[in-house]
Design a protein around this ligand. Structure first.
Ligand code: ADP
Ligand code: MG
Length: 276
């Protein structure tokens, strides 16, 4: 083969091209999860992925993370194939369940990815202390996860995901299990952490206000098979405060996303009728 894919410009954190994902291909339980997905995430950008349940949001995130393989198409992370980016630990992940190990202290949970990288104990301790400062839990290093509230556990999970300073953070509904007040607080904290660290984020949610509040761009997906039907530019700058949630621009973008979701649903229904 002589044709080489054009290498992406260095300022792109994620480049997804012509992505197709089919589960159980050719079997009676075949699922066409993602079709013709094209997505570029610029370095330092915050992108929210939103769409109805089952539209393939987690699948897309898992493909970017190289936890599963595309049926067709390519995923480039930091200018290299997703597989190489995983080997290089170029990204951290956080999920709805914090996934902390119950038998490890908070500090030792945060240090886990550093242990895997072979960092010595002194360096690990110093970094976990630094990360606990960053997520505003400096006094909890020696606590066990069950001694923390849900919001605090998610902070620890974020600290762990960022401990090795990955340039990319992949988050799958990380605040989905939190109450509304805690959730809004965590959103503000996440924005602060990202601006302090310069981390690129791909954030899956099914909350429209959450998607808009956090993101530079909101990627709207259609019901299964998931496609990207629209990308809403939020365009409100990065300095978001509690007042942002009451701003006219914010409500306008929330309306844009809601209408895009409705449009995607109607489009999928129309395709369903054509297919019959
Ligand atoms: P979302 O995160 O948007 O709710 P998912 O990405 O989890 O959706 O799933 C998209 C579709 O792919 C769903 O129909 C789901 O059942 C299916 N799916 C996801 N993972 C697998 C798998 N490992 N095997 C078979 N089907 C799967
Ligand atoms: Mg999901």
């Amino acid at each position: 083969m002589t044709k080489k894919p054009a290498s992406p410009p260095a300022d792109d954190a994620v480049v997804v091209r012509d992505l197709l994902k089919v589960f159980n291909r050719g079997k009676p339980n075949q699922v066409d999860a993602l079709v013709d997905v094209q997505l570029t995430v610029r370095r330092g950008e915050f992108v929210s992925l939103i769409g109805p349940s089952g539209c393939g949001k987690s699948t897309l995130l898992r493909l970017i993370a190289d936890l599963i393989q595309p049926t067709q198409g390519s995923v480039i992370v930091n200018g290299k194939p997703a597989h190489q980016a995983r080997l290089d630990q170029d990204y951290g992940m956080a999920f709805q369940q914090s996934g902390l190990f119950e038998w490890r202290t908070v500090a030792r949970n945060i240090e886990l990815p550093l242990e895997l990288k072979g960092w010595d104990k002194t360096r690990r301790r110093a970094r976990s202390r630094e990360m606990l400062e960053l997520v505003k839990l400096p006094d909890f290093a020696g606590h066990m996860p069950w001694q923390l509230s849900g919001g605090m556990q998610q902070r620890v999970a974020i600290a762990r995901a960022l401990a090795a300073h990955p340039p990319l953070l992949l988050m799958d509904e990380p605040f989905g299990a939190l109450d509304e007040m805690t959730r809004e607080h965590m959103q503000a904290e996440l924005l602060r952490i990202c601006s302090e660290t310069g981390t690129t984020v791909v954030f899956v949610t099914h909350s429209i206000p959450e998607a808009v509040y956090l993101a530079d761009r909101v990627v709207v997906m259609s019901p299964r098979p998931g496609r990207i039907t629209r990308i809403v530019e939020v365009g409100m700058g990065r300095d978001r405060t509690e007042l942002t949630r009451e701003a006219t621009d914010f409500f306008d973008r929330v309306t844009d996303v809601r209408e895009a979701l409705r449009g995607a649903e109607l489009g999928a229904q129309a395709r369903g009728i054509e297919d019959r």
